[in-house]
Design a protein around this ligand. Structure first.
Ligand code: PLP
Length: 454
């Protein structure tokens, strides 16, 4: 271990950048990556990671960064939490794989039972295990089609549900994700999300903090009356907090209105909590903030501290299909499930609470910055899922994507790892172990970078 990483871990307060960025060793890796690896990965700045512990990541040149992104909202328990590492090691020594599609092992019912206890979907539930968020979504779509005998879907602009062809039909956060892939594989129609700051309906209620429900009216009065009869709609798919689209929590009345539409027309309500789930919002699920009961919930990212695992938890009467209808060779791998069970134990023990309390502190500190910097147009979020929107000025509220990009890169150069989302926002999605002191250091760096860039 390098001296710098040792020092940072001992003090546990500040990042430490010793070389130009990216350093010489990092540059070699970037060159090799450019030669051999899929060029469609987006990489907003040239950060190369070598090893990580807690909220700290060391690059190959010995620089140490403070991580406020957690591998895009995945490493909820912090990097290489010792109890998660021990659970993975013990399981790897006992059995790595057997294919749950064809054989039984105790891990699948253990985690499915735990999820039945935790999720906001009414019990009894059944769970399908997959390897990623997009697969969890694909499963939910298939369940909805199979259970209803219908094939249309309603999704929302700026949503992100994945990049395989079914989930890509729902995804609508950027044209680059769609370009070249021709028509949608599935029959999905998109509706504006309840993004009250920039509501396209703006029917006059946004200012009082409630939703004008323009999107709901659009579904009922336009779609259902014209292109999309409700009795042909299999499911409405929604993120309770829009993730890639800008870290935008939906207003409660919007989500409840969707629930009511689904109840009225026998439509399945699928809530995608791939990014917002597993303690990220200061409760186990974002739905818990809204008292929302979906028919199906999709989980991945934070569920297993970085091991690949997705889960689709559905009302048991909906996931009522015959052997062969849907399965996965690797999904629900015993090592990934061991990591998930340990992750959930840590979340319940202390990390959901920490996400709430330190998340509130982080939000308060970000609101202080908003009061001082004219270029911050909005700070919003729940727990440790916080979006900061950059604008040209508070008067115009014109989105400032270039400024956002400069701030994102400037933070990297000062040793703070954060990531953009939406057109002009930065997401804060730190490991849920982040302390107040570490949050204050991150804010101090962010503040300095904003002053220098704006
Ligand atoms: C809300 C949401 N759904 C689905 C996905 C897709 O997950 P994956 O990249 O694991 O396929 C993501 C990924 O960012 C997401 O944020």
């Amino acid at each position: 271990m390098s001296t710098v990483m040792e020092e940072v871990l001992r003090a546990n307060t500040r990042p430490n950048i010793q070389t130009e960025l990216p350093g010489a060793e990092s540059r070699k890796i970037i060159e090799a990556d450019h030669e051999f690896v899929n060029p469609s990965y987006t990489r907003p700045y040239p950060f190369v990671a070598k090893r990580a512990e807690g909220v700290w990541i060391e690059d190959p040149d010995g620089n140490v960064f403070l991580d406020c992104n957690a591998g895009v909202a995945v490493c909820s328990t912090g990097h290489c939490h010792p109890e998660v590492v021990a659970a993975i090691q013990a399981q790897a020594a006992e059995m790595i794989h057997l294919c749950g599609t064809d054989y039984y092992y105790q891990h699948m019912p253990a985690l499915a039972r735990k999820l039945d206890e935790l999720v906001p979907v009414p019990s009894p539930t059944k769970t399908h295990f997959a390897n990623s968020g997009t697969e969890a979504i694909e499963t939910a779509l298939k369940v909805a089609m199979h259970a209803t005998g219908r094939e249309k879907f309603i999704a929302f602009f700026n949503s992100f549900h994945g990049r395989t062809l079914g989930s890509l039909s729902l995804t609508s956060s950027r044209a680059a994700q769609r370009r070249g892939f021709k028509r949608q594989a599935l029959d999905v129609v998109h509706v504006p999300y309840a993004y009250c700051l920039r509501c396209p309906f703006n029917l006059g209620k946004c200012a009082d903090g409630s939703c004008c429900l323009g999107g709901i009216e659009w579904i009922e009065e336009r779609l259902f009356q014209t292109t999309t009869p409700p009795d042909e709609v299999a499911a409405i798919v929604v993120e309770a907090v829009q993730g890639e689209g800008g870290y935008i929590p939906a207003p409660k009345e919007f989500l409840h209105a969707l629930r009511a539409i689904c109840d009225k027309h026998g439509i399945v309500l699928i809530v995608d909590e791939v990014q917002s789930g597993m303690g990220r919002t200061g409760k186990m699920f974002a739905c818990d903030h809204y008292d929302l009961k979906p028919d199906i919930i999709c989980l991945a990212k934070g569920i297993a501290s970085g091991m690949p695992l997705g889960a689709t938890v559905a009302r048991a009467d909906l996931m009522d299909w015959k052997p062969g209808a849907h399965a996965s060779t690797f999904g629900g791998n015993p090592v990934a499930i061991a990591a998930a069970l340990k992750t959930i134990e840590l979340l319940e023990r202390e990390l959901v609470d920490n996400s709430k309390t330190v998340g509130e502190h982080l939000q308060n500190r970000l609101r202080e910055l908003m009061a001082r910097h004219d270029c911050i147009g909005d700070v919003r979020g729940l727990g440790m899922m916080i979006g900061v929107e950059f604008v040209e000025s508070k008067r115009t509220m014109t989105p400032a994507p270039d400024l956002r990009d400069r701030i994102e890169r400037g933070c990297y150069e000062k040793g703070l790892i954060i990531l953009g989302c939406g057109k002009n926002s930065i997401r804060w999605s730190p490991p849920l172990i982040l302390t107040r002191e570490q949050a204050d250091v991150a804010i101090e760096i962010f503040d300095g970078v904003i002053s220098a860039a704006s």
